[in-house]
Design a protein around this ligand. Structure first.
Ligand code: B12
Ligand code: SF4
Length: 495
């Protein structure tokens, strides 16, 4: 069969497509795990954000797919629905499958759309079995993780247990299936790899536990190294490790750094997402080792510097420093100190606008980010489907609306007892712009040509909404903020 797999074009404020256009790891993994006789094409629509309709039309006409799969996050749901309608018009008999976090955790939102299947949870094995069943080998009713239509009704088969990655049940991704070009991270070709899946923490804002339960499974280092080599052979110079929590097992992570060095793959740039506690508690050995392995940026899940907010986010445990097993307080500063001492940049993941927050507590977090982090990645608590936080906010009547396309993390859709949603977002927006500009010289030293060619575009993106009048002080920031919100609204119309 011909199979077309699409990821959505929607990006959010911290991932401007001028500088970051990453492949969706799920799709190349699905492509690598269907039977070999299928012709699979993967198209990441982030690569053609302003030409989505034309690109999808061309791909459907050229590839004539019997199956089209879409990978969707909640803030991309509206775009996905529009693309589904477009595909239906272009090829009425194509089987349309949706998967990813939103279809898995908010399946009910998809039942009225003109689709045929929903894959809930991990996709590789379910999708492989689905393609076999579509060819007449197997029965839809027995495919775990699948929702399908039967005699006019939706049937939701039982859930599929997470794959034991150790068993090598999941084959390597198929990067050759990608049909669009232009992946980049600050001018260098980027790819994504996975070394593990899952997490055993239960932060209240995170979707991972509802998606796959509390567990942690790892790929063998041989497979990881083969995956890195494959990404490199496909042109990547920067790799983003998409593991849910790679620092969960620090000893394994250290061994992974050593394996990368031994394989001579430390010449690539690596980005990862890590816990402050792991780096604070093991940073003395871990941070220099990470540097030698090629780690350049660490996204630190700081979440909040105030203990009361951390409790609310259920994120205290993963942000606690320990000596001889005893808590010595918040791990953030110690973690940042180890990373900076070893020349690794910190992307500071903070969440501001929780129910107890005040102007002062938000300002304290923003001041912290200004002082200690290299690149701010500050978000607002966002009620993604089926997280504990969403239930809590709903009960307390804090959610402003259900325009899901605005659930992108940097649009505040939740007010609190002290502040409106707009006020919360304004404080973050205002503070972050200066912080982002400050990091530009470091980027210039690493990638001078890229910065020389794109500095104006990057600045225009960071300061969108501001005009000469704002710069000259002839209007206040609130007017620029209102314009920024309008621009952001228009940006969301991808199809
Ligand atoms: C890595 C990651 C990123 C990377 C993305 C890199 C990339 N291009 O892939 C970065 C840091 C850029 C990122 C950004 C964002 N992310 Co993010 N991210 C993750 C993370 C950690 C892992 C996702 C991943 O790649 N997993 C590995 C792949 C193989 O697994 P998978 O995506 O789940 O796919 C499997 C199944 O879902 C399914 N599947 C997926 N698609 C499809 C499609 C079909 C057809 C089928 C059959 C099956 C299927 O099969 C796959 C294989 O088993 C998750 C989870 C977490 N712990 O936080 C969050 C997560 C996905 N992100 C999330 C969000 C909200 C965002 C942001 C909007 C804001 C933010 N929090 O930063 C931005 C938006 C990015 C943008 N486009 O502008 C949310 C999504 C929640 C939701 N309900 O939509 C998550 C769940 C985190 C959370 N808050 O709980 N993210
Ligand atoms: S530690 Fe990270 S992956 Fe694990 S539950 Fe918390 S936010 Fe999610």
């Amino acid at each position: 069969m011909n199979i077309l797999l699409l990821s959505m074009p929607d990006s959010f404020e911290h991932m401007p497509s001028i500088v970051i256009r990453m492949p969706n790891g799920a799709l190349s993994s699905l492509a690598g795990n269907v039977d070999g006789h299928h012709r699979v094409a993967v198209a990441d629509l982030i690569l053609c954000q302003r030409r989505v309709r034309e690109t999808v039309t061309r791909l459907v006409q050229e590839l004539d797919p019997q199956v089209v799969g879409l990978s969707v996050m909640t803030f991309q749901r509206r775009t996905a629905e529009r693309i589904i309608h477009l595909i239906r018009r272009l090829k009425p008999d194509a089987k349309i499958v949706v998967g990813g976090y939103d279809p898995s955790l908010a399946s009910e939102a998809y039942l009225a759309m003109p689709i045929d299947f929903i894959v809930r949870g991990e996709g590789e094995v379910t999708f492989r079995e689905l393609t076999r069943a579509l060819e007449g080998h197997g029965d839809m009713h027995f495919i775990s993780g699948l929702s399908h239509r039967h005699e006019g009704r939706w049937i939701h088969n039982q859930l599929r247990a997470p794959s034991l990655l150790e068993s090598e049940e999941i084959r390597l991704p198929n990067r050759s299936a990608r049909v669009l070009e232009g992946y980049t991270m600050l001018g260098r070709q980027v790819d994504v790899i996975e070394t593990s899946r899952g997490c055993t923490y239960d932060c209240s804002f995170c979707s991972i536990i509802e998606m796959r339960g509390r567990n942690f499974h790892t790929y063998s280092f041989d497979r990881v190294i083969a995956d890195i080599r494959d990404a490199k052979e496909h042109g990547a110079r920067t790799l983003f490790l998409v593991d849910d929590n790679i620092t969960l097992n620090v000893r394994r992570f250290e061994a992974l750094c050593n394996a990368i060095i031994e394989a001579g793959l430390h010449t690539l740039d690596y980005f990862l997402q890590g816990m402050t506690s792991a780096i604070a508690n093991h940073g003395e050995q871990l941070a220099p080792l990470m540097k030698r392995a090629g780690f350049r940026y660490v996204f630190l899940g700081i979440e909040n510097i105030l203990e009361s907010d951390l409790k609310l986010l259920q994120a205290s445990a993963k942000n606690t420093a320990r000596v001889n097993g005893h808590s010595t307080g918040n791990a953030t500063l110690q973690a940042i100190e180890y990373l900076h001492r070893n020349g690794i940049y910190v992307v500071g993941g903070l969440i501001v606008g929780s129910p107890n927050d005040t102007v002062e507590s938000i300002e304290a977090n923003l001041a912290f980010a200004r002082k200690y982090v290299d690149w701010p990645y500050i978000q607002h608590p966002t009620p993604y489907p089926r997280t504990p936080m969403t239930d809590d906010f709903r009960r307390r009547g804090l959610i402003e609306h259900e325009r899901f396309e605005e659930y992108d993390g940097t649009t505040s859709v939740v007010h609190n007892e002290n502040m409106s949603a707009d006020e919360i977002e304004y404080l973050r927006w205002k503070a972050e712009r200066g912080m982002k500009t400050r990091h530009l010289p470091s980027v210039f030293l690493h990638d001078p040509w890229f910065v020389a060619r794109n500095a104006m575009k990057m600045a225009a993106h960071t300061y969108r909404g501001s005009t000469l009048r704002t710069v000259l002080g002839l209007e206040n920031d609130r007017q620029a903020f209102a314009r920024y919100k309008q621009i952001r609204g228009k940006e969301r119309e991808y199809v």
